[in-house]
Design a protein around this ligand. Structure first.
Ligand code: 48H
Length: 259
């Protein structure tokens, strides 16, 4: 006979172990979209302790839906190698581009990322950063449903050597950091510049170029990087997201190795 209380106890105990190990880590990745997942995978493969905090029930961000819910994504040549490393079946080149099923692509990113040693917590929203001595030294987390319901429940803090804002279009964490602390970002104006309209060609180039450390120990990738630096959006071509994730993993690795 199934013992209900044993089921509950096992879940609680195993979750507590995972959670307890996630409170002081090398890298906190905020948002499990394609750029955050790819970054986390490469960092974990290099031996770093990486945890992704995702506010939604399902990790994967905006890749599940392909373009306007037609569940295919488009990739350019430079990103195909990364897709293949994740085990994604990429269709042969057509009119200069590659395509892949968005469901297979998204689930492959999540699966490989988890298997590489990354801990992923869903339903946890990062609502703030820990700011000390002019550097970001961690994040502040709470359950997403708590925040959705507007309940007054204080959050918990997570210490991390580096923080990646991979929250997509809204660049939510960067905006919170700027609004609450008034710090200058590593942009031309020192401010959050805001995403530009669609220009797929420039958008793809800029996503990778804008992937940077924008404040001490604080990095941006994917659409968040374009939001911060005023880059164009690009629609459902995802190569830039994969390349941005790989680039930011390299930048974080370099920064942490210097410490
Ligand atoms: C925890 C959070 C929080 C928070 C948000 O949007 P994403 O898929 O991000 P990217 O940048 O890896 O990929 C962008 C791509 O999906 C896209 O939108 C493209 C290519 N658009 C082009 C266009 O023209 O429209 O994922 C971000 C993730 C999501 O899962 C959010 O739920 C999550 O971050 N998130 N998680 N704490 N505060 N804010």
């Amino acid at each position: 006979m199934v013992k209900d209380h044993i089921v509950s106890k096992l879940i609680f105990e195993e979750f507590s172990k995972k959670f307890s190990n996630a409170l002081s880590i090398d890298v906190s990745v905020v948002g499990a979209g394609p750029s955050g997942l790819v970054a986390s995978y490469y960092l974990a493969k290099s031996g770093f302790d990486v945890v992704i905090f995702e506010s939604k029930l399902s990790p994967g961000g905006g890749m599940w839906g392909g373009g306007m819910m037609f569940n295919e994504i488009v990739l350019q040549e430079e990103a195909v190698e990364i897709a293949k490393e994740f085990g994604i079946s990429v269709n042969s080149k057509k009119n200069g581009y590659y395509t892949a099923d968005s469901i297979e692509s998204t689930s492959a990113l999540i699966y490989k990322c988890k298997k590489s040693g990354v801990q992923i917590f869903n339903l946890i929203k990062v609502e703030d950063v820990i700011l000390k001595d002019n550097s970001v030294q961690g994040i502040v987390i709470n359950w997403s449903p708590i925040l959705k319901l507007g309940l007054h429940v204080d959050p918990l803090g997570v210490k991390s050597r580096a923080v990646l804002d991979s929250t997509g279009h809204p660049a939510e964490l960067t905006n919170t950091l700027v609004e609450k602390s008034g710090i200058r970002l590593n942009t031309n104006t020192g401010k959050f510049e805001g995403e530009k309209p669609m220009n797929a060609h420039l958008g793809e180039i800029q996503t990778v170029k804008n992937t940077k450390e924008i404040y001490n120990n604080f990095f941006v990738s994917g659409m968040a990087a374009n939001g911060v630096f005023g880059g164009f959006r690009m629609g459902p071509i995802f190569g830039g997201m994969l390349l941005s994730g790989k680039k930011v993993a390299y930048l974080i690795k370099e920064a942490l190795s210097k410490e």
